[in-house]
Design a protein around this ligand. Structure first.
Ligand code: ATP
Ligand code: MG
Length: 384
């Protein structure tokens, strides 16, 4: 008899010939995430199995599994040999003093096992009742459902909890996207959402030292770390934006400042993405949240992108909905630390709400855009 954790994965991605590939990526992700627990992870029919761990770590292992995309649910279980005597003796010794109602559910995948699931359910139910006089059977809505899963190969799982996990797709099955990561609430959530669809992440952050502080940068490193708990390791590109911002401030109309900044950020981000083989850009924009996120502003910013798609997973979400996810992934407390973002430096009082491509291009004529971009790119720093 041993303690194990059963892992179920979603069915969604398991259609067609990619099935094996998805299964293997998920298995690797699980192994990687559980490395520190010194346990064995293997694939059994339609599931994964974690075994050989210190029982004291079971809760931590389950908490870790809940962060892995592609897992539907897990159950801490007892693994015993598939024999009537072993299963019955386990049921005889269960401590069910906390419960009032129960049911037994048997699944017999091993058709050579000599008792049918229906008979087994009744017999095990009777066994439980005999040793727990206070209990009653409730098939529709029991306080505890004792589940017996008799597998081919002579082993049986017994469990009573099905713990929901993150669902989604295994990270690494959808290429790598470059997340534009600010210090705010939205962009870490945007990264989390894309990781949930199987995307591995890289990130880019623009800072304006000395207008923005070293702590502001550290905060972004911390946010990348938080997101990486779900997405796996993140390569963070840090780009100094100071000179660009000073130039825009000096040469361009104040109401177009943010528009031009965004357009240059996009150009730099796309350039870094192309150099590194990242497949798309990801932003935390949500329609109408601020002046730079009206559909006109998004049009003008998007206009400088030549090749890659820009994914905006939060585009239709309210701040409240975004905040719920930010709190769920433990990013919120870090996101609200009061360090300045480069977008708040030289902030104009009235940013344009409906910019046009024509005016933006006109303003950019006052800048040597390519030189500014090249310099920023050549000074980019990388943090793993
Ligand atoms: P967030 O909460 O993510 O900071 P926000 O509500 O503050 O978003 P904006 O400041 O308009 O919105 O930024 C929109 C998006 O542009 C951000 O979600 C992020 O993807 C990107 N962005 C903004 N500032 C930076 C920055 N300094 N470095 C990298 N990306 C940035
Ligand atoms: Mg912001």
């Amino acid at each position: 008899m041993s303690n194990v954790v059963l892992i179920r994965y979603g069915e969604l991605f398991l259609k067609g010939k990619n099935k094996k590939y998805f299964e293997n990526v998920l298995l690797d992700n699980i192994k990687y995430n559980l490395k520190k627990f010194d346990c064995k992870v293997s694939k059994i029919s339609g599931r994964y199995l974690v075994e050989g761990y210190d029982v004291e770590n079971e809760e931590s292992i389950i908490a870790q599994l809940q962060k892995i995309f592609g897992i539907h649910s897990v159950s801490p279980a007892i693994l015993i040999e598939s024999s009537k005597s072993a299963i019955y003796s386990h049921f005889r010794n269960l401590d069910l003093s906390l419960y009032h109602t129960f049911r037994v559910t048997v699944n017999r995948a091993d058709k050579t096992f000599p008792v049918t699931s229906y008979d087994m359910q009744r017999e095990l139910g009777a066994e439980v009742l005999m040793h727990n006089k206070h209990l009653k059977v409730n098939l529709a809505n029991p306080e505890i459902e004792l589940q017996v899963d008799i597998r081919e190969g002579g082993y049986t799982f017994i469990f009573d909890k099905i713990i929901p996990c993150s669902n989604g797709m295994p990270v690494g099955t959808a290429g790598t996207g470059l997340l534009l990561l600010s210090g705010g609430i939205d962009s870490p959530v945007a990264g989390y959402m894309m990781a949930k669809r199987g995307m591995k992440l890289a990130a880019i952050h623009f800072h304006s030292y000395p207008y923005t502080s070293e702590q502001a940068k550290q905060k972004v490193v911390e946010l990348a770390k938080i997101v990486s708990e779900y997405s796996g390791s993140i390569k963070l590109h840090i780009v100094t934006f100071t000179k660009i911002q000073e130039a825009i401030h000096k040469k361009c109309k104040p109401d177009y400042m943010i528009t031009i900044m965004r357009r240059i950020m996009m150009r730099i981000a796309e350039s870094i993405a192309m150099q590194n083989g990242y497949k798309c850009l990801i932003t935390g924009e949500s329609l109408g949240q601020v002046a730079s996120q009206t559909v006109e502003s998004i049009t003008v910013t998007n206009n400088v992108i030549t090749t890659l798609p820009v994914l905006r997973p939060l585009i239709g979400m309210d701040k409240e909905e975004i905040t719920v996810i930010s709190k769920k992934i433990n990013a919120f407390e870090t996101s609200i630390l009061p360090y300045e973002d480069c977008c708040t430096v030289f902030l104009p009082e009235h940013p344009v709400i409906k910019p046009t491509v024509k005016s933006a291009c006109h303003q950019e004529k006052f800048l040597d855009i390519q030189a500014l971009i090249d310099e920023a790119l050549s000074n980019a720093e990388i943090i793993e």
